[in-house]
Design a protein around this ligand. Structure first.
Ligand code: SF4
Ligand code: SF4
Length: 453
C-alpha cells in the first residue's frame, strides 16, 4: 500500500501536463503503433488517459497497465504533431520511472541494466562473449545479406531473437583502437590550422557493431584538419536504462560521462548516433533538473552536443566532390548510383536535423539522392521495443523496407546505428541486397576517392 501512495504522489507531479491533452485525437494519424493495431490504448491519447487513472489500473491490473505504457516506440511523432504541445515523451518516460521505482525491474532486465550496461567494462565483456557465441551458433553471416546478417539458431537463443537477422558485432570494437587514433591525431597536430576541437562520443552500437562509422568520422576530421579528443572509458548514453524506468543506471551513466568529458577543452561534443545526440542534448538536462550538483555541467555539455552531419556542415566546408568514373571509348557513361535517406526520429523530430545529413549525400557526380515515401516515419526499432514487441516492430519495419525498395535505390543511408540495425534486418529477411550505410561512410568514401584521383 505504501508503494501505491508513493506512486500516486509521483504521478500527481505529472497531472498538470497530462491535463494539457484535449483528447483531440490528432496523434492517431502519426502514431506508428496505432497505425498497425488501431487500438486506442496504443496512441498517445490512450496512454495519457491511462496516466489519469493509473493508480486504480495498477491496483486492478498492474501487469496490464505496464504493458500498455510499454507499447510505445518513444518516437516523438505524437509530440511534434500535438496542437497543445503535450510533452508526451517526457510524460511516458517519467511514468515508466515512477512505476519502476515501486514495482521494480524484471530480473533479466535488472541484470542486464545494472550488472552490465551501468559498467562499461562488464558491458564490453558481454559484447565480446556475445560476438563469440553468435559466430559459434548462428548461421554464416553472408547467408542473407552482404552486410553480415545472421539468421539465428533457435536452440540457444531466446525466442524473441530467433528469427531476427542481426548484424555481427565487429571483431575489434572501436574503443580498442582509440589510443592508436589519438597518436595519429597528435602526429598531424603541427599542421592543424583549424582552431576547432571536437570531443567524440561514439556510442555503444558504433563502438561494438559499426566501428566503420567512427573510422569514417575520424578520417573526415583528419582531412579537414580538425583536432579530436576521444576520452577513454566511454559507455552507453543511458537511453536503454531510462526507457526501462531505471533512473539509477541512467544517472550513473550520465555522471560517468560528465567526469570523462567535462574537464576536456573542446568546442563541440559530436556523436554519429541520432539517439545518443538526442539523449545527451535533451534528456540529460531534462532528467538532471533535480540534480543540483550536476545540472550546470550537464547543461554546458548539452549545449555543445551536435550530430556529426550538423557539425560538419557548420564547421567544415562540405564541398562538391567530383568523382570521375573512367569511361573507355565506345562505352556509355554509367548512370549515377541511387541513394535514399531514412530520417531517424530522434534526429528529425526531436532535434530538427534533416537537411545536414542529406548535404553529406548529395554533392557527388556519381550519386543521386532519391527521396522515399515516409522518409521520416519510424523504422520500428524503438530500442528494446524491437524485442519486446517483435511482431509490431517487424510490421512497422516492413513498411519502411517497402518504401526503400520502391525508390529503386541501391543504398539506403541513415544517421542512427539503431535504425541501421533494424533496416538491415528488414531488408535481409526479404533477401534484398540493398546496402545500409551511415552518411559519414558515404562522405568519407568520396573524400578518399577524390584524394586518390
Ligand atoms: S494530439 Fe495532443 S492533445 Fe490531441 S489527443 Fe493527442 S496528445 Fe492529446
Ligand atoms: S511516442 Fe510514437 S509510438 Fe509512442 S505514442 Fe507517441 S507516436 Fe505512438
Amino acid at each position: 500500500m505504501n508503494s501505491l501512495i508513493k506512486l500516486s504522489h509521483e504521478i500527481r507531479e505529472l497531472e498538470k501536463e497530462v491535463a494539457l491533452c484535449s483528447r483531440c485525437g490528432m496523434c492517431q494519424s502519426v502514431c506508428p503503433v496505432f497505425g498497425q493495431t488501431l487500438h486506442e490504448a496504443d496512441v498517445a491519447r490512450g496512454k495519457l488517459a491511462l496516466l489519469d487513472g493509473i493508480i486504480q489500473e495498477i491496483f486492478d491490473n498492474p501487469k496490464g497497465a505496464i504493458k500498455r505504457l510499454d507499447r510505445c516506440l518513444l518516437c516523438g511523432s505524437c509530440m511534434v504533431s500535438c496542437p497543445n504541445s503535450v510533452p508526451t515523451m517526457e510524460l511516458f518516460l517519467k511514468a515508466r520511472i515512477a512505476i519502476t521505482s515501486v514495482m521494480g525491474l524484471p530480473y533479466f532486465k535488472k541484470t542486464l541494466l545494472k550488472g552490465f550496461l551501468a559498467k562499461p567494462e562488464a558491458f564490453d565483456s558481454l559484447a565480446r562473449y556475445g560476438a563469440f557465441f553468435q559466430k559459434l551458433f548462428f548461421r554464416k553471416p553472408d547467408q542473407f545479406h552482404d552486410a553480415s546478417c545472421a539468421g539465428l539458431s533457435s536452440i540457444m537463443i531466446p525466442r524473441a531473437l530467433a528469427s531476427r537477422h542481426v548484424k555481427n558485432p565487429a571483431d575489434v570494437p572501436f574503443h580498442k583502437t582509440v589510443l592508436t587514433k589519438l597518436e595519429k591525431v597528435e602526429k598531424i597536430e603541427d599542421k592543424i590550422d583549424n582552431r576547432i576541437k571536437v570531443a567524440f562520443f561514439y556510442g555503444c552500437l558504433t563502438d561494438k557493431i559499426f566501428p566503420e562509422i567512427a573510422e569514417s568520422f575520424l578520417y573526415i576530421l583528419k582531412r579537414k584538419n580538425i583536432e579530436a579528443v576521444i576520452p577513454v572509458g566511454q559507455g552507453c548514453c543511458g537511453i536503454p536504462a531510462l526507457s526501462s524506468g531505471d533512473f539509477e543506471t541512467f544517472l550513473a551513466l550520465m555522471r560517468l560521462h560528465l567526469e570523462l568529458f567535462i574537464d576536456e577543452e573542446f568546442d563541440a561534443l559530436v556523436t554519429p548516433c541520432a539517439t545518443c545526440t538526442f539523449t545527451i542534448k535533451k534528456l540529460w538536462p531534462l532528467f538532471a533538473e533535480n540534480e543540483t550538483a550536476l545540472k550546470a555541467k550537464v547543461d554546458r555539455l548539452a549545449e555543445k552536443t551536435m550530430d556529426a552531419s550538423e557539425f560538419l556542415v557548420s564547421y567544415a566546408s562540405i564541398e562538391p566532390l567530383e568523382v570521375n568514373v573512367p569511361v573507355q571509348p565506345g562505352e556509355v557513361k554509367p548512370s549515377p548510383q541511387k541513394i535514399t535517406y531514412h530520417d531517424p526520429c530522434h534526429l528529425k523530430k526531436s532535434l530538427k536535423v534533416f537537411k545536414e545529413p542529406r548535404m553529406l549525400l548529395s554533392n557527388y557526380a556519381d550519386m543521386e539522392i532519391v527521396e522515399m515515401a515516409g522518409a521520416d516515419e519510424c523504422c520500428g526499432m524503438g530500442g528494446s521495443f524491437t524485442l519486446s514487441h517483435q511482431e509490431l516492430s517487424i510490421e512497422i519495419g516492413s513498411k519502411k523496407a517497402g518504401n526503400i525498395v520502391a525508390t529503386g535505390c541501391e543504398t539506403v543511408a541513415t544517421s542512427c546505428p539503431a535504425c541501421m540495425l533494424q533496416i538491415i534486418d528488414m531488408l535481409s529477411r526479404k533477401n534484398l541486397k540493398i546496402k545500409v550505410k551511415h552518411p559519414l561512410e558515404i562522405y568519407a568514401n568520396h573524400l578518399k576517392i577524390n584524394a586518390d584521383q
